[in-house]
Ligand binder design. Structure first.
Ligand code: G3P
Ligand code: MG
Length: 248
């Protein structure tokens, strides 16, 4: 049997960044449905706490950029979400879109047959790591049975705390650059996956990671040619606004 050189991601290694956010408003149910329509098997989404402890799916620490309203997450409650339109900023056809809770998002993702890469954001208004992690865990416990989940974060402490509660889940450390002591930092969580800004990728690093049993995915890449040289070196997956580009 001959081995073939890998020249692209496996179909289940194409993750839709904030949903298919090139064609629908990020981190909304519409973006998740669009990801499924494009053939993605996984969605990456961002979660953060509101003032009342509700865990919502949103990237920023305010609703200003991605909704019809204004305000810091730390000054808003769940009832405030009912008055926000999270779709019109992207396009008129998405008017009425809501900012979902993680629980709501997981329900729909389960119906779509998608896995969720839950990126835990750490914002200044978050009062306690225990509260944040507890809210993530509570939402995860409501997910449809058998639904694939992985956790990612730029915050190693959040990953370590999540691992203690859910040791069976894949933990992915998010980095913009690879730190010198990357093996030690992963071991301390412990995690065996890195989600890395594609601009920090190198063939040498990928080969070292693969040799050490570490999986590497790249974010956020919308043009497949950017990653062409990295698949043969062992790049595992991609997080993209445009899953269709990698799934044709
Ligand atoms: O998961 C990769 C990517 O989502 C990390 O950056 O800022 O888009 O959440 P950001
Ligand atoms: Mg993210």
């Amino acid at each position: 049997m001959t081995s073939s050189v890998k020249n692209g991601p496996a179909r289940d290694e194409v993750q839709a960044h904030r949903g298919a956010s090139a064609v629908a408003p990020e981190n909304t149910l519409s973006a998740f449905r669009a990801a499924a329509q494009q053939g993605a098997k996984w969605v990456e989404l961002d979660v953060a706490l509101l003032a009342d402890g509700t865990l919502v799916v949103i990237h920023d620490d305010s609703v200003d950029r991605t909704s019809s309203g204004t305000g810091a997450l730390g000054a808003l409650n769940r009832a405030d979400m009912d008055h926000l339109d999270a779709g019109s900023w992207f396009g008129g056809t998405f008017a009425g879109e809501r900012i979902p809770t993680l629980e709501e998002a997981l329900k729909v993702l389960g119906e779509l047959g998608l896995g969720a890469n839950v990126e835990i954001k750490q914002h200044k208004h978050h009062k306690s790591l225990d509260q944040l992690i507890g809210a993530v865990r509570a939402a995860l416990q409501t997910r449809p049975q058998g639904m694939p989940i992985m956790i990612s974060s730029f915050d190693a402490q959040a990953l370590a705390a999540m691992h203690r509660l859910e040791p069976g889940l894949e933990m992915a450390m998010l980095w913009s650059k690879v730190p010198a002591d990357w093996q030690a930092q992963l071991a301390a969580i412990p995690a065996t996956t890195i989600h890395l800004d594609y601009r920090a990728l190198s063939i040498g690093f990928l080969e070292e990671a693969v040799e050490g049993g570490i999986k590497v995915r790249a974010w956020t890449v919308n043009e497949p040619s950017i990653l062409a040289s990295f698949w043969p070196a062992g790049l595992a997956g991609v997080i993209t606004d445009n899953p269709a580009a990698f799934l044709s």
